[in-house]
Structures are given as structure tokens and as C-alpha cells.
Design a protein around this ligand. Structure first.
Ligand code: DAH
Length: 348
């Protein structure tokens, strides 16, 4: 076979291999094999010295043409394969921005916190300041300064976790009464404060008791504050939380830091006073303790009881939440089962 025929055959074989190359690696191999120094075209060109002077330029020209054709075909195929690879990659990584996203669960405030926020917002709208105390409290503020000296029998009502002999987990938010009375500058006007927070008692947890629960303390001390102010204030709270037809009833009670002391009842919001299971057929529901601040409490915090006086109250948002939503076991609020808590989604 003449060199020219050989070259034609090489070209046809080469073209077929190029067409059959399915990826970039293969086309690269074909290029090295066909056009490299040890490739068949180079060896054909080496054999040219055997040719006559007339034949040499003709074959040489043809060989160059074959090489150019193969080179172009290889480059075209490479470009084609590169494009195909890119297309495949793009198809695989395609991002459809119109697809719906994965929903992200949004948190919400705890049902008790919702009640606290509601009550606090209400008092803030009436000009009360919010005082946040510490859950670890000195015994003197939790008891002595609230007219509960050592050995006072009422201390037994509040079984206490002691941290040291004089430091305890507060059993009530009432210590904030003493702390705020001490701090307040009465020349600037009356003290009106609301103090929400957690309190602790050495109780065994059951449906109605929890060793940790919440209280909201309120206090107004100034000049000419009467029990009628207390009743009116409690009515506003009851009506804003449970409905505007509700009434408040005060019953005599006992707390060491108030004199007189009262227990406040509201009209049963379930039967509107007719009597039902929730109010144990009395038509009334007990919601908080309150009273007129005891002169001893004022005195111990450096406030003159001859000049100043006022009322205080303590309510339990846990109990409010139980009443409002008909929850019969307080432990539900603290076990943090989201299936339970999600029922009280503020956003509806
Ligand atoms: N601290 C009382 C308790 O934990 C609740 C209370 C009653 C607070 C009467 C008051 C009040 O401010 O006047 O049982």
C-alpha cells in the first residue's frame, strides 16, 4: 500500500475513533495515539525519505492535510463532549426556585408566659413599673421584712428550699414588695409596681401542686389609697382576662403582710355565676390573695405608715391558665410536650 493510501486509511480509522469517543478522557487518548510522536502519522512522515523528489511534496502536503483534519475533528469532538458534560452537570444541579420550601417550625411563647405578658401589659398600660427580682433570695426579704418573723406559724405554709441557712429559693414574689419600698423615692409620687416571676416550694408535685410555679405580685403605695382602689384594679384585671361581665368579690382572709387581708373571687366565667362543676356550684372562682399593706411591712422598709399606705396582691398565672383553658393538671404546663403546648398558639 502506498503512503497516500495508508494515510487515507489512518484518517478514516481516526475519524471513526473520534466519533466513538464518549468522554473527554477517551478523546484525549485518541489525540495522543493519532497525533503523538510515536503515532502512525509521524511514522508515515518518517518513511517519506524513501520517496522520490516529486512524490515527497505531494505526500507531505497530504499528510499535513490529514493531520489538520484529525486535529480539527478532535477539537470539535472535545468541545462537543465538554458541552455535553456541562449540560449534564447543569441538569443535575438544577435549582427550581419556584418549589415550595421546607417549612421551618416556628416557636411561640409558653401558655403561662402568654398569661404573664397579658397581665403585665395591662398593668404597664396603667402606669405600673415592672420589677424583676431574683429567684434566689435572702431569707429576710422572703420572710422577716414581710412581717413573718422566725417561728411564725405561717412560714409552715410555705415549705422552703434553703440554699444556705439565710439564703433560699423564694417561695413567693412578695419579697419584691420590700425591695421596691426600700428603693422608691416617694417624693416623686406613689409606688406602682408589678413583679412577675418563678417561685419554689418543697411540695410534692401533683395535679394542683408544682415545686416550681409562677406568681405575679402587684403593689401600690402612696397617699390615700383605699381598698376600693384594690377592688377596682382587680376588676379591670379580671374583666380584661376573662370577660367584661365578670364581677369581683372580696372575702376576709389572712396573710402576714397585709391587714386586712382578702381572698378575691371572680364570677365563674364558665357559668357566669349560675353554678357549675368548675366553680363547685358556688358561682365564684378564687383567683388571688390581696390586702392593704401591713404597717409593719412599710415600717421595716423605711416608709412611714402614718403618711403612706396602699394595697398589694399576688396572683398565680398557672392557676389562671388552668381556669382559662380548662386544664386540670398543672404538670402539663411543665412537661414541655409540644403537642400540648401547641394548642395555645397565639397566632391561632
Ligand atoms: N405571697 C402570697 C402567697 O404566696 C400571695 C399574696 C397574698 C401576695 C396577699 C400578696 C398579698 O401581695 O397581698 O401565698
Amino acid at each position: 500500500m502506498g503512503l497516500k493510501d495508508k494515510l487515507t486509511q489512518l484518517r478514516d480509522e481516526g475519524m471513526a475513533e473520534i466519533r466513538n469517543s464518549k468522554d473527554l478522557q477517551k478523546i484525549n487518548e485518541v489525540r495522543v495515539k493519532m497525533l503523538g510522536k510515536k503515532g502512525p502519522i509521524t511514522s508515515v512522515l518518517r518513511g517519506m525519505k524513501e520517496l522520490s523528489a516529486e512524490e515527497r511534496p505531494v505526500v507531505g502536503k497530504f499528510a499535513n492535510k490529514v493531520r489538520d483534519e484529525l486535529t480539527t475533528a478532535i477539537e470539535d469532538r472535545r468541545a462537543e463532549l465538554e458541552q455535553a458534560e456541562l449540560d449534564a452537570q447543569l441538569a443535575e444541579e438544577k435549582l427550581d426556585v419556584t418549589l415550595p420550601g421546607t417549612p421551618v417550625a416556628q416557636g411561640q411563647s409558653h401558655v403561662i408566659q402568654q398569661i404573664i405578658d397579658q397581665v403585665v401589659d395591662l398593668f404597664v398600660s396603667m402606669g405600673y413599673e415592672v420589677a424583676v427580682g431574683d429567684e434566689v433570695e435572702q431569707e429576710v426579704y422572703n420572710f422577716e421584712k414581710l412581717n413573718l418573723p422566725k417561728d411564725h406559724p405561717a412560714r409552715d405554709m410555705q415549705d422552703t428550699f434553703y440554699v444556705t441557712p439565710t439564703v433560699l429559693m423564694r417561695t413567693q414574689t412578695s419579697p419584691m414588695q420590700a425591695r421596691m419600698l426600700e428603693k422608691h423615692d416617694f417624693s416623686q409620687g406613689p409606688l406602682k409596681m408589678i413583679s412577675p416571676g418563678k417561685v419554689y416550694r418543697r411540695d410534692t408535685d401533683d395535679a394542683t401542686h408544682s415545686h416550681q410555679f409562677n406568681q405575679i405580685e402587684g403593689m401600690v403605695v402612696g397617699k390615700h389609697i383605699t381598698m376600693a382602689d384594690l377592688k377596682g384594679t382587680l376588676e379591670v384585671v379580671a374583666q380584661s382576662l376573662f370577660g367584661d361581665k365578670l364581677q369581683v368579690r372580696l372575702r376576709p382572709s389572712y396573710f402576714p403582710f397585709t391587714e386586712p387581708s382578702v381572698e378575691a373571687d371572680i364570677t365563674c366565667f364558665n357559668c357566669m355565676g349560675k353554678g357549675c362543676a368548675i366553680c363547685k356550684h358556688t358561682g365564684w372562682i378564687e383567683v388571688l390573695g390581696a390586702g392593704m399593706v401591713h404597717p409593719n411591712v412599710l415600717k421595716m422598709s423605711g416608709v412611714d405608715p402614718e403618711e403612706y399606705g396602699g394595697f398589694a396582691f399576688g396572683l398565680g398565672p398557672d392557676r389562671f391558665a388552668m381556669l382559662k383553658y380548662g386544664v386540670d393538671d398543672i404538670r402539663n404546663f411543665y412537661q414541655n410536650d409540644v403537642r400540648f403546648l401547641n394548642q395555645f398558639d397565639e397566632k391561632g
